[in-house]
Design a protein around this ligand. Sequence first.
Ligand code: PLP
Length: 418
Amino acid sequence: MNPESIIESVISKYQDYVNPGLASLMKFGGFGDVEVSASGCIVRTATGGEYLDCLGGYGVFTLGHSHPDVVDAVRRQLDKMALSSRTFFQEPLALLAERLAQVTPGNLQYSFLCNSGTEAVEGALKIARVATGRTGFVCTVGGFHGKSMGSLSATGREVFRKPFDPLVPGFVHVPFDDMEAIEEAVDENTAGVIVEPIQGEGGIRCPGPNYLQRLREICDRTGALLILDEVQTGLARTGAMFACDHWSVVPDIMTLAKALGGGVMPIGAVVSTPSIWEAAFGENPLLHTSTFGGNPLACAAGLATLRVIERDGLVDRARDRGAQLIEGLRNVHARFPDALADVRGMGMMIGVEFKVKDVAELSINGMARRGVIAAYTLNNPYVIRFEPPVVITPEQVDQAVTAFSEAVEEAVGMLADL
Ligand code: PLP
């Protein structure tokens, strides 16, 4: 089949068998092609297009696509044993849990491994409830924790929540970065306060300097557990191994996913302390389980990922390339102050807020036509995010900034002509 026929066939199958509305949205966004391969920061399509990936799979591709060390580790494990018998002990799981205990801050030590971000959050919520004997949670407006029922109950955007009411009871949403609101909302029935250290889908929102520390204090005083959702921010993305390291705050429970699989395997993790683990699993070690969670392939990918992050200094690279990218984007902001409202972020987790939603939409499309992939944040369509692989080169950062600049200029011109 020639490329055009492949594209037509795949898109029509999305329309007929996957999700027609999604197919239209993807075409409108400028992504009406079919991806066929990827390596490093580049995604290749059926028509021979080469795209610089500045979305990075919403934080999945910290190491880039198809990192050879991760692919190799998974391949070697595949040759031995793909999935666990679920009876014997298995080494990749043991090694990964040990490594997570070593790299996570403070006394975080035990890990429950699962397959996605939302599963990690479900695990965290259940563990917090059973460990405290309480049922309430305080979470934030604009926060994103996934779309399964428990995680969705914590997610702070009505458009995703409303159609599924009633959700899990006991979740209270307060404005992000508002310490007084958290203080007021936490009471003797609060099992946990769950926040992202930097709101990702809420529009790449960084908290003020004392926010996380204050949350830590409130939790210590009230006996609520501090759950930091590092599914998107974790593992070098923000220029620290974990975003909470920026503020030297240690949570009681941390959730991880996205980057942990090295862009090769899906995996999630809930990491917590010995005393919480004892309270949660002491009486019944099978209280929370997952058939595929912690499978040898995913754990082999996780181990290789942690090795590469440390060996190649990806925390420093996220900080340095992030500084270059944010400076470039701020220069564009200075040129188009009427179209852009803000450029913000930490490390390689950067958001550009637009004043007009249509300019944002057209700019994403314009960047795609210039060979650069970008996207909105899910809970805030005014914000385009830049979360490229941390292995991006300085030249590729310049390429992304140039494409963005041209796309904004074009979008502003198009709207002025209407
Ligand atoms: N938590 C955070 C902070 C996220 O950003 C996401 C996804 O974007 C999730 C949880 C849910 O992860 P998943 O889509 O793997 O279920």
